[in-house]
Every structure is written in C-alpha cells, then in structure tokens.
Design a protein around this ligand. Structure first.
Ligand code: M6R
Length: 608
C-alpha cells in the first residue's frame, strides 16, 4: 500500500527519494509525490508510476536540496488524482507531510479547520492532518506535530518538513511501520527497510506514539507529550542482494525459484532428528500453554489464510487438537467465543495486515494466548503477539505471495509436530517425519527443473477466461491458493474448491475445453479425486492433473499431467502448490501483465 521515504543529510535528497520510491513500488500504489526544502518548499505530484514523477521532477530542474520527503499513494480517501496524492502542504507555514494510514476523526477536524479559514484542495484525511499541524505551528515543528497527533484518532506513519526549519525532519508512528535508517551524517526514513538498506546498516524502528525529530547531527525520540525516550538502534537484517532481481525477470519468478533455499532457512536449527523432536525457540517460553491448548484458532487473509487452512488440518491430524481457521476480517466482528486454553495464531507474511491485526487484538483481549507466524521481523503482528515463529524466507517483494506460503506451511507443520511430540507422537515417528520434511526443499528443486513443461501446458489454455482448481483434504486449500494466484496476476477468473463440492453446483460451469486443475497426488482420497476427474472429463472439461511421480493410471483420465515427487500427504501442499504458482506466473507473462505490480493490488493491506 502507501510508502514513505524521507531524507536529511548532506547529499542531494531527490535522487535518494526517487530511488527509495522505486524500491517501494512493489507494495502497490496509484500516484506518487515528492517535496524538498531549499530556501522555500517545492512540491511535485503525479498520477501513475514513479517514472512519471521522476520525469516531471527532472524536467523542472529545481528540486535541489538536502532535505525532502516522498510518497507512493494507494487511494483510500478520495479518488486517484494529483490533488489527492501526497505530499500535502500547508501554504501558510510551508509545511509538507506524507502519511500512511487513516485519520478516523478527519471529518470533525476538517470542520474545525474550515472554521479557521483553511481551504482544502483534496478529499484526503491526510490534508486535514497537514493543515492541523500548520494551524498549531508556532515556530517549532516537533511541538506542532506532537500537539496535532494528540487530537488524532486512527493510524499513521508520517514524515513532516517545514520551509522555516531547513535543518529538521519530524516523523511519528501509530499502527503503521516507520524506520529511521542511520547512515554516516545522514538519515533515510522509510516505511519499509527495502528503501533504506542501500544507505544504512543500522536503524531505529519507531514504536506507537513515538515522535522523532531528526537533524543532520542526530535524532531525539519522545512521546506525544514530549517525554524523552531512549531510542533502540538495531542492525538492519536485510542486505541489498536479497531485494535485487539478479538474473530473474520478475520478483515473483525469483521467489518461486528461491523456495528450496528459503525452506532450508525456515527449517534450519529447528529439527532435531537424533532426539526426534522439533525445537522452536520463539515459543519455548509458552511451551506449556501451547502443548496444553484445548483449541487453536488460526486467522489470516488471502494466501496466508490458505496456509492457515492447511495448518488446521495439520494441528488436528498430527497434534489432535481441535482447530478452527477463519478469515481474520470475519472472526473479528462475529463476537467470537474464546474459552480458557485457546491459542490464537495470526499468520501473515508482512505482519502488518490490518484485518489480521484486529482479529489478533480481539482474541488477545478475550484472553487467548496470541502467537504469530510472520515473515517480516519486528513487524506489528510480530511485536504484538505473546510469542511467535518467524518464517525466515527472506523479503517477499512480488505482490503474489509464493515463498511465504510454503514457509507458512512449513512453520505450521513444525508447530503441529511440536505439540504432537509433546502429547503422544513417538520420537521415532517424529524423526521419520523430520526426515521427510528435510527432503522437501530438494523435491521442490525437482519440480522447478520441470518449469518449462508447466509453461507449455499453461500456454495451451491462455485464451480461456474461466478455470477451476479442485482438491481434497490437505490439497483443498492448495486449490484455493492456485485459483487466487491465477486471478491476482493474470486477471483470469478462477475458482478453487473442494473437489466434491463441484458437483453441488459449479459443475454447471463446465464447457468444452474448460481447464480444470486437479490436485490428484496419492493420498487418502485419491480414488475419490479420480471419480471427480471423470465427472469433469465426461462433461468436456480439460483435465490438468498434479499427480505423484510414477502414477501411470492418471494418464488415462488427465489430458495433461504435471508430476511432483512422492511425500507424506501432510507435507504434500509444499510440493503441489509449486506447479500452480508457476502456471499463474506463466499465464500472466503470456498475457503481457506486469507480474510484480498487478492492478488494484497492494503487497501489504493495512486498511480493514
Ligand atoms: O502480509 P499478509 O500475509 O498478511 O497478507 C495477506 C494477504 O493480503 C496476501 O496473502 C494476499 O492475498 C496476496 N496478494 C496473495 O498473493
């Protein structure tokens, strides 16, 4: 969604701000803007790509100076127009502001400001906050920001500059991430570490209600009431190579191919085959509560929900603990019953998804132990849970989530084994499953080696506008995930569902040659899946089956077979999803879409 970059130092700000915005493009946006202070305040905004803004700024030639800020906007309040793009500014005092989040009480504040003569130029909540700071400005930007934020309800990460204070930049946070990257005699502030990693190795992560005044000489952190805080500076756990494309054409492609090594990182140090046990340092302090849990609730959105659905099967199958999985957005508002012994697990790549965060708060407030299964270290969900297990799959930049999915499934498998082993699973059974888990990355490599054939099969159907994805048991969520992947980047309509559900209605959709992708690997429901394949085939559907290597039987039913190596059924989603990720990727490429920046989508959805 929206992205912030700001700079204060001794170098020209504009090139650093534009480079930072380009690194944030993957988050999804519809307009961009930039402001610098050099004598006066200079602002430029543009609808569309950062490259449009760059052309304008460079064409103008006047965007010089060593203090500035920039933004990519994903519209929430007001349509996609230049007037609604950030930075917003208050001409009276030469204040410019960029904002991620939502100011909930903006309407009342706007009326108050209009009564004082402010004339609004946009439809945004952000302009209200900008003008409120301007209204309260009395020669000290930091105090004006603190005073304005005391009046505000909602969520924000902001950066503010003022032409009257060319040596300072003020930033603040509540509910939306913001990091101050510390370079040598310079500071780069961003909502995402990828925008600062090229310039800083250390960073200060703002906590809620922190206001930080940054000058070229240092920074000062305080509360909204100006009580000084001791800032915690940390090493940035990201290097440039991790966020560069290298030899790949798209981040999604890179991340699909990174999965074997990403999973090796997820598993590293967490499997003790000799002792037949799983070691999860991040949750060990709560091991007793987790092992004695009477119920797990897994909650997430999108791809993370699909991995959570697999987690539900794993926890019930391996650990035998009653488990429910639910969309965070629904769970939050249905007055959920949380009994003693409930453990809620929030699953999220970004750790910033607003729906998931709200569900987590609700469950936590009602007494559940809150665990996070998160990729981004130090993200809000990671910080607001009692304990958690990081995915360790590295930064995921493609909007379509791929390696985070397999990482989430791997972590939920570890969690289920952790509980199972402490309840009744024998060390030998655990050691056997560990051996199989350790073999998964190599098996994914085998699937990836056959990517070309997956591309050929996909391209045969590239003109079709409707696809079905069908699976049973552990592979029902994989079918949902395959459909979501295809939809979000190739804009082809796809539905994923339990294979048995098809005959209760969706079978009416099947027409001649309609692609139906079946997850038909060997497992408890293999024969039943074969019957479902026959039902679709006899109505003219084109069957693409994801099957277990060596299964010749399936060739008599399927038009195309994509093989995956054999593995225990409970681990199979980490394999069967890979051909579906590749199909979605090749379909989007064949249709000429911008794979990493799909229309209307944002990488991390920070509004409910
Ligand atoms: O960061 P999160 O895992 O919490 O994000 C949840 C969903 O927004 C995300 O998985 C989304 O569905 C992806 N675009 C799927 O590829």
């Amino acid at each position: 969604m929206c992205g912030i970059v700001a700079y204060i130092g001794n170098r020209e700000a504009t090139p650093i701000l534009l480079e930072g915005l380009k690194r944030l493009e993957y988050r999804g946006y519809d307009s961009a803007g930039l402001a610098v202070v050099n004598g006066g305040l200079k602002v430029c905004r543009a609808v569309g790509r950062v490259s449009v803004l760059e052309e304008r700024v460079e064409g103008d030639g006047g965007f010089t100076g060593t203090l500035g800020l920039a933004h990519t906007r994903w519209a929430t309040h007001g349509s996609v127009t230049e007037a609604n793009a950030h930075p917003h500014h208050d001409e009276r005092n030469g204040i410019a502001l960029v904002h991620n989040g939502i100011i909930e009480n903006y309407a009342a504040l706007k009326t108050y400001l209009q009564e004082r003569g402010h004339v609004f130029k946009s439809e945004t909540d952000t302009e209200v906050l900008t003008r409120l700071i301007g209204e309260l400005y009395d020669g000290d930007l930091e105090s004006a920001v603190q005073a304005a934020l005391r009046e505000v309800t909602g969520a924000y990460a902001i950066a503010v500059i003022c032409e009257r204070e060319p040596d300072s930049l003020v930033v603040a946070r509540k509910g939306s991430p913001l990091i101050v990257g510390i370079g040598s005699d310079e500071y780069i502030i961003a909502s995402d570490p990828s925008a600062i990693v090229a310039h800083a190795a250390q960073a200060l992560t703002l906590e809620d209600y922190n206001v930080v005044k940054v000058t070229r000489e240092g920074f000062r952190s305080s509360t909204l009431d100006n009580i000084p805080l001791t800032p915690k500076v940390q090493q940035l756990e990201l290097d440039l190579e991790q966020i560069e494309l290298g030899s790949y054409s798209h981040y999604m492609q890179k991340e699909i191919f990174e999965q074997p090594n990403a999973l090796r990182n997820t598993l590293r140090g967490r499997l003790d085959r000799a002792e037949g046990r799983v070691v999860l340092g991040g949750v060990s302090a709560f091991a007793k509560e987790i092992v004695k849990a009477r119920r797990f609730i897994l909650t997430a959105q999108g791809t993370a929900l699909h991995s959570a659905m697999i987690g539900e099967y794993l926890l019930e199958d391996l650990a035998k603990v009653p488990t429910e999985c639910e969309y965070a957005s629904e769970f939050r508002y249905r007055n959920p019953i949380i009994e003693d012994g409930t453990v809620v697990v929030a699953v999220s790549q970004s750790g910033e998804t607003a729906d998931t965060l709200s569900a987590l708060h609700e469950a936590h407030e009602r007494g559940a132990l809150a665990l996070g299964v998160v990729n981004v270290v130090g993200s809000t969900i990671a910080r607001e849970t009692d304990a958690g297990i990081y995915l360790r799959v590295g930064p995921e930049i493609g909007v379509a989530s791929t390696k985070a999915f397999t990482g989430q499934v791997a972590v939920l498998t570890l969690l289920a084994m952790f509980v199972a082993r402490r309840r009744f699973m024998s060390p030998d059974d655990c050691a056997d499953l560990i051996r199989e888990l350790e073999a998964i990355p190599g098996k994914i490599e085998t699937i990836l080696a056959g990517a070309e054939r997956i591309r050929e099969v996909t391209e045969k159907h590239i003109e079709r506008e409707n696809w079905l994805f069908l699976g049973r048991g552990y592979n029902y969520p994989v079918a949902m995930e395959g459909a979501l992947k295809l939809k979000e980047i190739s804009y082809i309509h796809a539905e994923g569902m339990p294979a048995a559900e098809m005959k209760h209605g969706p079978i009416a959709l099947i027409n001649d040659g309609m692609p139906a992708v079946f997850l038909a690997n060997r497992g408890r429901q293999y024969d039943k899946v074969m019957s479902n394949i026959s039902e679709v085939k006899s109505r003219g559907g084109h069957i693409i089956a994801v099957a277990t290597e060596g299964d010749q039987n399936i060739r008599s039913l399927a038009d195309d077979v994509l093989y995956v190596p054999e593995c225990p059924e409970c681990l199979s989603p980490m394999l069967t999803v890979v051909p579906l990720q590749l199909m979605a990727y090749y379909a989007a490429v064949a249709r000429g879409h911008d794979v990493d920046k799909p229309r209307n989508l944002a990488k991390s959805v920070t509004v409910e």
